[in-house]
Ligand binder design. Structure first.
Ligand code: NDP
Length: 295
């Protein structure tokens, strides 16, 4: 048996087409153009490349984008003032502050300064709180992308055993919350494992859906996977560079061996990665609609 490959690239492509239509309709019927403001502080190449991809994705879909590259020496007070200006800018539906921020800036202060109505990254405590209690909100992009991958691949979550390895605030915890919710019928039974979990394999072997968000190359091996399970690999680990200097990536799952056991699996690259950016675009469109009272 070899697992069905869940192509995040293909699913993200379909969502992009849906968004293009939605954006064109918003413009035609209501004269609305969604707008995304990105802020990057400092010159970290990985962060620059993430922000560039987000700006490019906006351009491809017809979303107005405004990038603010700021020097690494920017004062926290100046960054907070910029966020405040963008909170009041009617062209801007969503604000994204690329993290990590330099050490002299308190990340939590900045994330809280973003208006929850423009919190398209879904990191504001108000957005997180709404998610936990099952209210409509902006879901953070990677977890929302994982939910879409499952939904659009016909993988049933209701009543399923979901095991997540990793408990970060940006992946593990929110994806657990989303998949356990009654509100949209996700209804999974969720277990979260982390570095203090005693016997991780004992948990992962029970999983109908196994989600790996650890940051350790090929951590999940074939003997840790129940035959026929769905395996979602969030890991994006750089394991080297090509002769041309391109990053060589591998996931948290030992893909070549696990695909012989699993029923369905996401590849790295081309799995969860492409979903994250498209969900940011979807949140920006949603923010624009909410700001204009369009449901
Ligand atoms: P974090 O480092 O914030 O969290 C990693 C989690 O994994 C922690 O909860 C940690 O446990 C747990 N963990 C680490 N090592 C082990 C171990 N040996 N055994 C059990 N648990 C372990 O990472 P992120 O959640 O931010 O990211 C995880 C991976 O996903 C990374 O490779 C990252 O690059 C990738 N990623 C990909 C995205 C995409 O769009 N494709 C988006 C975001 C992340 P503890 O809490 O106990 O320390």
């Amino acid at each position: 048996m070899t697992a069905r490959i869940i192509s995040g690239a293909a699913i993200a492509g379909r969502i992009r087409e849906e968004l293009k239509t939605e954006i064109a309709e918003l413009k035609e019927r209501h004269g609305i153009v969604p707008g995304l403001a990105t802020i990057i502080v400092g010159e970290d190449p990985a962060s620059q490349s993430y922000v560039n991809s987000k700006v490019k994705a906006c351009q491809a879909l017809g979303i107005f984008s405004l990038n603010h590259p700021l020097p690494g020496s920017t004062l926290e007070s100046d960054l907070l003032a910029l966020v405040d200006t963008l909170n009041c800018d009617h062209r801007i539906s969503g604000i994204l502050v690329q993290v990590p921020l330099p050490e002299h800036i308190d990340e939590s202060k900045v994330l809280v300064a973003i208006s929850p109505e423009k919190d398209v990254d879904g990191f504001h405590p108000v957005s997180v709180g709404r998610m936990v209690i099952g209210q409509p909100t902006f879901l953070s992009c990677t977890p929302a992308g994982i939910q879409q991958l499952l939904l659009r691949s016909g993988i049933k979550t209701s009543g399923s055993e979901v095991v997540i390895v990793g408990r970060s605030n940006i992946v593990g915890k929110p994806v657990a919350n989303i998949l356990m919710q009654k509100a949209q019928g996700a209804n999974a039974t969720v277990t979260i494992c982390h570095s203090a979990t005693r016997d991780i394999a004992a948990h992962t072997r029970r999983a109908d859906i196994l989600i790996a968000a650890i940051g350790q190359p090929r951590f999940i091996t074939a003997d840790m996977v129940k035959p026929g399970a769905t395996v979602i690999d969030v890991g994006t680990n750089e394991i080297g560079k090509t002769a041309e200097g391109k990053r060589i990536l591998c996931g948290d799952v030992d893909f070549d061996n696990v695909k012989a056991v699993a029923g369905a699996i996401t590849p790295v690259p081309g799995g969860v990665g492409p979903m994250t950016i498209v969900m940011l675009m979807a949140n920006t469109v949603k923010a624009a609609k909410l700001a204009h009272g369009i449901s």
